[in-house]
Design a protein around this ligand. Sequence first.
Ligand SMILES: NC(=O)c1ccc[n+]([C@@H]2O[C@H](COP(=O)([O-])OP(=O)(O)OC[C@H]3O[C@@H](n4cnc5c(N)ncnc54)[C@H](O)[C@@H]3O)[C@@H](O)[C@H]2O)c1
Length: 257
Amino acid sequence: MADLSGRVALVTGAGSGIGRATAELFAASGAHVVIADTSADNAEGTLKSIRDAGGDGRAVSVDVADADQCMSMVEQIRSAFGRLDFAFNNAGITEVTLLRGEPLPETHLLPLEIWRRVLAVDLDGVFHCLRAELPLMIASGGGAIVNTASLQAHISYPRTAAYTAAKHGVAGITKTIAKEYGHLGIRCNAVSPGVVDTPLTRDVIYRPEYRDSLLAPIPLGRFADGQDIARAVIWLCSEGSAYINGAVLPVDGGYLA
Ligand SMILES: NC(=O)c1ccc[n+]([C@@H]2O[C@H](COP(=O)([O-])OP(=O)(O)OC[C@H]3O[C@@H](n4cnc5c(N)ncnc54)[C@H](O)[C@@H]3O)[C@@H](O)[C@H]2O)c1
């Protein structure tokens, strides 16, 4: 396991799923973890599990769609720690989250408010975090950023225009940051999780009508869990990946292959 003792890591969407697993692994690697989430209950749950395991963290309430809240989140990190070494910009939603069980509409019928909210959280949210994080990371002498993309940063499925557009955007901004800030010792990469068993997907992926067709294209023959993604994120923040910058890395069991 990487030794990240004394380093400061920010994880957005850290209250559940991939973010929670990654916050726990940052803490187990010795980092101070800032657990950022809209849901105070979810964030407190992650903090408790980190403390129960002997780790160190603090919870911060944030809606990443709000630029001012992202600035304030990083200000709290600056005043508490004076530095930021790692940022995992991971908070995200899908059309399914907002439709709450209703079937996905065809793209020309997608309500504007759903398009706008998915883009606001999944794409604007990453930009809001980056513009807050970068000055503190530069002042810290460098660092590593990982953004959460998706299979849908590479391919699409029908009726997922907003999520697909947002995640393609995340891949694009990841490459821009890599090119622009690499000379300052800041690496920026993205992970593209495949199908991961988390509260975001659990209601859908085990439904009899979807399960087999979702599993069939995964050569490893199983869905991912949060830790599969967390291990890749920690590696992208560690010395082992020192020459990897601007990559959008599938962590998908071979799905895209
Ligand atoms: N689960 C998958 O199969 C899968 C696949 C590819 C990509 N992803 C991406 O991984 C990321 C995490 O997904 P997950 O499956 O762990 O989801 P999840 O729903 O289990 O966790 C997401 C967390 O983000 C928080 N969140 C939601 N909106 C927020 C906002 N505006 N500001 C701050 N926090 C917010 C939620 O409260 C929740 O705690 C997302 O970006 C998602 O698009 C997931």
